[in-house]
Design a protein around this ligand. Sequence first.
Ligand SMILES: [Zn+2]
Length: 65
Amino acid sequence: MDEKFKYVFEAHSPIKIKNIPWSFCKYCGLVFLNNQATKWCIKMGCHNSYHPQYKQTINKLTKSK
Ligand SMILES: [Zn+2]
């Protein structure tokens, strides 16, 4: 098994900037949009792209109807 990057949960640190309706994480830069894929990324923390289910989940969630 190739495990170059191990997924570790690290909570996001959302910050809010005036005049911008969305928060974003100051560590990974994730923009907190209101969609299923983003919600999953929020739940999984800053290292969500290292999560073993990342590609599969994002593909599933971003495929709209
Ligand atoms: Zn983050």
